[in-house]
Every structure is written in C-alpha cells, then in structure tokens.
Write a new protein. Structure first.
Length: 505
C-alpha cells in the first residue's frame, strides 16, 4: 500500500546478486511482523482520535496530525531507507527500522500515559515510529525480492502486499479491541514486544544481504520536495479554519498554500531531469495509468473520510456506546473490501475496469450523499453500519480491477515504477482526505456557530459540518466516477509475457 523499493533494486550487470533462496513460509513469517506493524500503525490510531483529542484538549485540526505526521514522514523517507538498504544491507536497515519503530512506539505510550501536557510529545513519537516504518516497508519488500526465485517470487510479493493491505484496513478494528480491553496507550505498547520478536526472527532466519556493487542513487531531493509539497498543502488546510486559535490564520494559510503551489512545479522540473525519479511522468501519458492513479487517490479519500469521521462523531455523541460497537461499525469496510477484492479481481479478467471502477465509485458517491442527508445524532447505528459495509464492498469492487488496469497498461520495463506509484496513492489519498475533510468540518461548524451562537463542536453544528463534508466528498467521488469511465477500454493483451510487442509510450 505504501511506496516500496521493489522498483529501485539495483542490479549487478544484468543479474541480481545471488543469494540462496529460502522457504516462503520462513521468509514471510520473519518479514511479515515488521511490515504488518508498519502498515497497521498508519490506520490503527484513527479510532483513537476522539480519545486523544480529549486527553490533550486539542481541536480536530490539531489532532489529525497524529495520522498525518506518520504518513508524511513515510512518503519522504521510504525511498531513502530503501536506498540505504541497497548500499549498506537490506537486512540491517530493516532491523534498524524495527528498533526505531519499537522506540517510537514506547515513546507514544509514555506520552499518552505520562506526558499529556502537550500533543507534540505524541507527534514526536509518531515521527520516530514512521522513520522505523520506512526501513521495514522499503527493505521488507527488497528482501522478499532478493530471497526468492523467479518461480516463487510472485507468490511471496503477493502475500507481502496482502499483509500490507489487510493491515491498513484492519487497523481501526484492532484499535477498538485493544483500547476496550486494555487502555489507550496499549495500542502502542503492544508494538514493543512484537518488534523484539520480529527482530529476533529476522536475525535467526534470514541470511545477510550484502550491498549491491553498482550504485544507482535514489531520488532523495524528489522525495523531500514531494513530502514538502503535501505537508505545506495539508498544513494550509489545517490552519485556514483556526481563525480564533491562530492570529491571522487565513493570511498564514494563504502564504503556506502559495509556498506549496510554488514547490509543486519545482518538484516536477526536478523529476523530469532526474535519471531515476521518484515519479516517472512519462508513463502518466497513458490514460489508463494516469486516470487509474487519480481515481485510486479519490478511492482512498472516500473510505478514509468515513473511517476518520465516524471514529470522531459516533462515540462523541453516544451513537456507539463502546469501542467494540464502533469497531463493528468500521469492520464493515474491512469485511466488504476483503470479500469483494477477490471477486472483482476475477471479474476484471473479462469485464473492463472502466465499468467496474465507475460503478464502484458511483456507489461510494451515493452512500456519501445518503449520509449527508440522514446524518444525525439520533440516527440509528445500523444506518452507519450499512453505509460502512456498502462502501467497503464498493472499494473492494474498485481495488483489483483498477490495479489490474494500471499494471496491464504499464510498459514491461516500468512495472516496478507503476507499482510504486500505485502504492503512493494510499498515503496521498489518506492525507488529503483527512486534511480536506477536517478543514471543511471546522470551517462550516465555526461559521454555523457564529450564526446560531451554539458550540461549534456541539451536536447541532458538528452535524452541519459533517453534512457538508459528505456533500463535498460525494461530489468529488462522482467526478471520479466520470473520470474513471474515460480511461478507455482494456486492450486484453499480455504486455508482461509478450503476447504482442508494444512500443513504450
């Protein structure tokens, strides 16, 4: 789900450095713990946002950075961590990442239990966690690639990607269960023994990975510029509604937004002249790839806006009485995705992605529209559960055909780049969805408060704010549905195995 280093593995002449393959079961059991934890902690905190907001006494605009800081650091440093693995040792950098992740998790636990005077302690812990996660995500995939043969590599990579995907989706469910039966900080503390076990498994079961002899520099500056662009863009969204908490908030939001917009063309200019860019703009000329990636970002926004705001709204106003109830509501997304991802994958073999993906996004837009109409503190809990499940089914219907369309359209020599770009859509979609929806919520709720003199985060104004959030994202998703249809028909030829030779665009 996140950017990997699979496409950045460096070759010695035309062959990869020889390392004795090991059993897939052994490899995945060793690497899987770290990869699972790294992906899980990107989403597990979503259901804890309301509790964290209460503990630290902060606004929705501030508490969202518990999620955003983790993902932004991951986007900035994943490529760099993978490059260090190539130059030093994939195994050593993976294990270093696991150590950092354990330390960051312990610091997050301490900040939640003992350093509640400021949320910045928690954000520091999340940054340390994310730095460790980059080492595991990037080098986990690299080790899976290096320690398998051409006969079993596809199976191993597929299992590894499944672990990442299912971890992101199951994060909110696990979070509610751990919080219910333990405590808030336990969500992070449980990572510490897991990190120790994972470190030992990697040490005992995986052979050393020697550095590659030929170096191909990773796009460090590109990674940082891209993260800087997204960070300032999201920060401008966060500051804009805070007219009372921050002096001249909208002026500063405009300045930061302008800086973000200036950073974007600099990033594009750099990427176009870079031999090994973070984002290869050449393959985006293919509509199936560019539209597939754009709609994937909108897809991630569609389900994130549900998971994130349900996690705040439902417990805040007593719609869900316990964490388990909240977890069951959110589990609808996970169940729907899990069931229909496999089904839609088979359907995409015979039905064009433009039909399946367009239909899926129409359903998401309809659910968001229905939610905008019926959302209320007195609405029955089953309404939210049904909407969650239908959105999960729709995302499952979208996911595999869209990925299949992108990868089938990619030139044979650029499959790794296409895969990395597809992974990047998760972080971008979740970040933008969280930030934009929070900005809309805060701005509308604050404006409504000035009109009716009620608490901006009370039941009335909070509901008004969310209603506009869901209206906005219903429109965005509907636009995505139209866009998805215009990706064009599938060519139904095998680019990978050479059933027909095509020129790269």
């Amino acid at each position: 789900m996140f950017p990997t280093k699979e496409d950045c593995l460096i070759m010695n002449s035309s062959e990869e450095i020889s390392i004795t393959p090991i059993k897939i079961r052994t490899l995945i059991s060793a690497v899987g713990i770290g990869v699972f934890m790294a992906a899980l902690d990107a989403s597990i905190v979503v259901v804890l946002i309301q509790d964290m907001q209460t503990v630290y006494g902060v606004s929705p605009s501030e508490v969202q950075w518990v999620i955003l800081s983790y993902l932004l650091v991951m986007m900035a440093f994943t490529v760099i961590a993978g490059d260090l693995g190539d130059k030093i040792s994939n195994k050593k950098i993976y294990q270093l990442g696991m150590i950092l992740f354990g330390i960051g998790s312990l610091f997050c636990f301490i900040s939640l239990e003992f350093l509640t005077s400021s949320i910045y302690y928690l954000l520091l812990g999340r940054v340390i966690q994310s730095l460790g996660a980059t080492g595991m995500i990037a080098n986990g995939m690299a080790m899976v690639t290096r320690l398998t043969t051409i006969k079993n590599r596809g199976t191993a990579v597929g299992i590894n990607n499944f672990i990442i995907s299912i971890a992101v989706i199951l994060g909110p469910v696990f979070g509610t269960v751990i919080k219910e039966f333990w405590n808030l900080g336990g969500v992070f503390l449980i990572n510490v023994p897991l990190a120790i076990v994972g470190f030992i498994l990697v040490q005992l079961n995986l052979p050393p990975t020697i550095p590659y002899t030929e170096e191909k520099k990773a796009d460090y500056l590109g990674s940082i510029l891209f993260a800087l662009f997204l960070t300032t863009l999201i920060l401008s969204f966060s500051i804009f509604p805070e007219t009372e908490a921050i002096p001249n908030a909208r002026m500063w939001a405009g300045i930061i937004l302008a800086f973000s917009l200036v950073t974007l063309p600099i990033f594009i200019f750099w990427e176009r002249r870079k031999e090994n860019p973070l984002i290869d703009f050449a393959i985006l000329k293919n509509r199936k790839i560019s539209i597939g990636l754009a709609t994937a970002i909108l897809k991630h926004q569609g389900y994130m806006v549900i998971i994130y705001h349900f996690s705040l709204f439902l417990p805040k106003f007593g719609i869900t009485q316990t964490s388990i109830q909240l977890g069951l509501v959110l589990a609808g997304v996970a169940v729907g995705v899990s069931i229909f991802s496999g089904i839609s994958g088979k359907l995409s073999n015979t039905i064009d992605a433009r039909y399946l993906c367009t239909l899926a996004m129409i359903f998401v837009a309809l659910m968001l529209g229905i939610l905008a109409i019926f959302i209320d503190v007195d609405a029955p809990i089953w309404l939210y559960a049904v909407i969650s499940t239908v959105i999960g089914i729709s995302i499952g219907l979208f996911q595999s055909p869209n990925a299949n369309s992108i990868m089938s359209a990619a030139p044979k020599k650029k499959l790794g780049i296409a895969s990395a770009l597809l992974g990047l859509t998760t972080s971008v979609g979740i970040n933008l969805g969280t930030a934009l929806s929070t900005a809309i919520l805060v701005a509308v709720a604050t404006a409504a408060s000035k009109t009716n003199s009620l608490d901006p985060y009370g039941a009335v104004n909070y509901t008004i704010g969310l209603r506009w959030v869901f209206i906005a994202f219903a429109i965005i998703t509907a636009v995505g549905a139209v866009l998805s249809f215009f990706r064009g028909p599938e060519e139904r030829i095998d680019r990978i195995h050479g059933d027909q030779t095509l020129e790269e665009e």
